[in-house]
Design a protein around this ligand. Sequence first.
Ligand SMILES: Nc1ncnc2c1ncn2[C@@H]1O[C@H](COP(=O)(O)OP(=O)(O)OP(=O)(O)O)[C@@H](O)[C@H]1O
Length: 209
Amino acid sequence: MISLTSLSHHYPGGKAIAFKDWQINKAEQWLLLGESGSGKTTLLHILTGILKPEAGEVRINETSIYNLSSKKLDQFRGRNIGIIFQRPHLIKSLNISDNLVLAQSFAGLPADLNRVHEVLSSLGIAEKKEAYPNELSQGQLQRVSIARAVINKPTLIIADEPTSSLDDKNAAAVLALLLHQSDINQATLVVATHDKRVKDAFTNTYQLA
Ligand SMILES: Nc1ncnc2c1ncn2[C@@H]1O[C@H](COP(=O)(O)OP(=O)(O)OP(=O)(O)O)[C@@H](O)[C@H]1O
C-alpha cells in the first residue's frame, strides 16, 4: 500500500502546489493526468524519493520514505521503486545484461543473471542480452528500460511519458508490457502521460487540478 497524505510543495519564487491525498493498493494500475505545469513531474519526483516535499508524508508499505537517511533512501529506492522515463537512460559502454546487473548492484543486491534472463525473456528481448544500447531499436530500448525498472521486483513502477516518443505499434506494445510486468511482479503501476492512446487501458485515474 502506498499513501500520500497532506502533500504540498513550493519552488522558490513559485506558488504552492497542493496534492490531494492518494491511496494506492498493491498491484493497482493508475494513470496520472494533469495539464502542463500542473505538477505531474513534481509529484512523480516526490513519489520516487527524489524531491522532499515541503509538507506531508509519503508511505510506501510501512516506510515513511522521507524519514530515512539519504543512504537508506537510496537503497530503498533501488529495491522498491522502478522508474521508466520517456527515453531510456542506459549506460552506453555496458551491454544490456550488465546494465541490468548494475541496477541490482545499485540496490545493494548481488548479481543475479537468472533474474536478468527471466526479465528479458518476459519482454521478448533475451537474445539482445549481449548487445550494446546503440545496437537496439527505440522500441527495444524502451523494453530494456522496463526490464531495468522491474529487475529488483519493485513495489512500485513509475513511468513518465513512456510512450510519447514511440509510434502507434510500439506504444501499444510498451503499454501492454508495462501492464503485464505490473501483473506478474505484483507491482503497483503509475503512468503519467498526455498520450491519449494510453488512457483507455486504465480504470484508476489521479487527476491534478
Ligand atoms: N525546479 C523548479 N524551480 C522552480 N519552479 C519549478 C521547478 N520545477 C517546476 N516548477 C514549476 O512548478 C510547476 C509544476 O511543474 P511540473 O514540472 O511538476 O509540471 P508538469 O505537470 O510535469 O508539466 P509538464 O506536463 O509540462 O511536464 C510549474 O509551474 C513549474 O513552472
